[in-house]
Design a protein around this ligand. Structure first.
Ligand SMILES: [Mg+2]
Ligand SMILES: [Zn+2]
Length: 211
């Protein structure tokens, strides 16, 4: 599903290239309720819509990149995923938030469903989804950001060449409260998506002030 936006406001763009904020879905924008099976489990994390509006108004394209290995594992069907996604899009629309694109990876190397059981280039920490979107929308990766609650989100952003923010909060994901020494170090940590958005806006204002 692809939404398009023509809104250009603050324009942090470098020449004709578009800056984007790549966003993980579960544990970043909505509550991570495990493998979300039904639309009623789709709930925004606190201040997530406000954060997306802030980024959108600053001229960033919003692109969701989501690992959905529940498909390969046979835990959720594509129909169920579709219903969940439609609810997600509906909630975003209620806040006048427009995604430039929404990408998901249904694969897993140890999946139970043959069709999706593979080592792919799209499952984060691989940067495949970010690179595909960057090509499609002429994204300026160096001036773009990846926000997620897991080390794999940070690694995907770094592999694609974006700046990275990792959300660390008991609210974003139960697992995210425990950082491992092997975790990739992001450019910034933030308590929630709104704090992350404020970091991005602050960095943008600083870079524009330096010109
Ligand atoms: Mg997540
Ligand atoms: Zn994949």
């Amino acid at each position: 599903m692809v939404h398009t936006t023509n809104k250009e406001t603050l324009n942090p763009a470098d020449g004709n290239k578009n800056p984007a904020v790549f966003l993980d879905r579960d544990g970043t924008i909505i509550h991570d309720a495990g493998y979300i099976k039904t639309p009623d489990l789709v709930r925004f994390l606190p201040l997530a819509p406000e954060a997306l509006v802030l980024l959108q108004n600053a001229g960033y394209r919003l692109i969701v990149v989501s690992n959905q290995s529940g498909i390969a594992r046979g835990l959720i069907s594509l129909d169920q995923l579709c219903a969940v996604q439609n609810r997600f899009f509906e909630l975003l629309q209620n806040h006048n938030i427009t995604l430039t694109d929404y990408l998901f990876c249904p694969h897993h190397p140890n999946g139970a469903i043959a069709e999706f059981q593979k080592t792919c280039t799209c499952r984060k920490p691989a940067p495949g989804m970010l690179l595909a979107a960057a090509k499609k929308y002429n994204i300026d990766l160096a001036n773009s950001w990846m926000i997620g609650d897991k080390s794999d989100d940070v690694r995907a952003g770094q592999a694609a060449g974006t700046q990275t923010i990792r959300l660390i909060s008991p609210l974003s994901s139960p697992l995210a409260t425990h950082l491992s020494v092997e975790d990739s170090r992001p450019d910034f940590y933030a308590e929630n998506l709104f704090e992350a958005a404020k970091i991005i806006i602050r960095q943008l204002q600083e870079s524009m002030g330096q010109e």
